[in-house]
Design a protein around this ligand. Structure first.
Ligand code: SF4
Ligand code: SF4
Length: 366
């Protein structure tokens, strides 16, 4: 298989600019059925406002519930910010020294994680890889919260007799390891594991296959760990979200800690765009979808907005070069629809004829 270091290929730089809490006048909670709305009138930060059994949405601001609006085929509950940050979370942060196994398991919100802690674990990997070359959310989160994550991991390692907890990062982010040593956080149980910066090494399924060799070795995502820190240690709902705003058509790339359910348009208006003609990609330049408009609400599944100079979309004839087959990490023929596809988008990226192979297969799925 041909491997590509996309960072080197695109020559983009590590994003170091961080904006702490991007506040917003309004938030827009996505709803599918009005009968599941749990609140009217005033609302507190962290208060449950919508629960249809599949989705639970908590307000990320304090303020007033205004109305329901329709945007295209989607419905949103609009909440106006009173900027008082009044929070429902009256619970105090828990002291990790007093935490027990049972308390930890009972406060885990995710069923898979709960079950994982009921089995034997010798080695626990935390997937901290931002795969897309333009995305730096996990990198920035660890940088900003290293001590807290380290303490929490040490606590779970001690409680569950885990021999090692390893933060898995790309070797291009090895300044995190230097910072870890500099802050003297090194301990016998928690450390880093560096992997080559080869896309899509951070893909959940591929990384699991690559790392996990025995039943007592487990892997969770950094987001799972963050959710545990919030529900178990901080004892509150996480109402914020890191998103990366980056791309070759933007002067001030940054990672923003924004309120969940903010409107993307409001965030974009503050950016310094270089060329007026641009394309916006959601979450990933390589595998993300190109947006036709900026009407996007920041929900849990939005990680990044990539703003790149407009490129021609014109496809040329396939020249049978075979590059798409050569790069495919799951060793399938990208030109034939296959359930094994992990939707990494590498076949598109490498194609000299700019054929949208991956999009074609997605269309076939509908
Ligand atoms: S076929 Fe799927 S897995 Fe293979 S390169 Fe294309 S998008 Fe990635
Ligand atoms: S990379 Fe593009 S041009 Fe080459 S074989 Fe695949 S589809 Fe055809």
């Amino acid at each position: 298989m041909k491997t590509i270091n996309i960072h080197n290929d695109l020559k983009n730089e590590i994003v170091t600019n961080f904006i702490e809490v991007y506040d917003t006048d309004y938030i827009y909670i996505p709803i599918s059925d009005e009968k599941y709305i749990k609140k009217t009138g005033n609302v507190l930060k962290g208060e449950l406002v919508y629960d249809d059994h599949n989705n639970k949405y908590y307000s990320s601001i304090s303020g007033n519930i205004l109305k329901i609006i329709n945007v295209k085929s989607n419905k949103y509950l609009v909440i106006k910010n009173n900027y008082k940050e009044e929070s429902i979370n009256s619970g105090r942060a828990r002291n990790l020294d007093k935490l027990t196994k049972d308390k930890l398991i009972s406060n885990c919100l995710d069923l898979n994680i709960k079950n994982m802690f009921l089995s034997d674990i010798k080695l626990l990997y935390i997937n901290c890889i931002d795969d897309d070359p333009y995305v730096f959310n996990k990198y920035m989160y660890i940088k900003n919260n290293m001590k807290e994550l380290d303490e929490f991991c040490e606590c779970i390692a001690n409680l569950f007799n885990i021999e090692k907890v390893l933060f898995v990062i790309k070797n291009s982010n090895n300044d995190l390891l230097d910072m870890y040593k500099l802050n003297e956080l090194e301990n016998s149980k928690v450390n880093f594991k560096l992997l080559p910066d080869i896309y899509p090494i951070g893909n959940k399924l591929l990384l699991h296959d690559y790392l996990i060799k025995n039943n007592d070795e487990k892997m969770i995502e950094l987001d799972d760990l963050i959710n545990m820190v919030f529900s178990i240690k901080k004892n509150k709902i996480n109402t914020e979200k890191y998103i990366t705003i980056n791309g070759n058509n933007i002067k001030n790339p940054c990672v923003i800690n924004t309120k969940k359910y903010a409107f993307l348009n409001n965030i974009i208006k503050d950016l310094k765009i270089i060329d007026k003609k641009y394309d916006i990609f959601l979450n990933s330049f390589i595998s993300g979808k190109k947006l036709n408009n900026n009407e996007v609400i920041i929900t849990d599944d939005i990680d990044a907005i990539i703003i790149n100079k407009k490129c021609s979309d014109d496809e040329l004839e396939c020249i049978n070069c075979g590059l798409c087959v050569e790069v495919c990490p799951v060793k399938i023929n990208p030109l034939v629809k296959n359930d094994k596809c992990i939707k990494c988008g590498l076949c598109n990226y490498i194609c000299p004829s700019k054929i949208k192979i991956y999009e074609r297969n997605q269309l076939n799925e509908k």
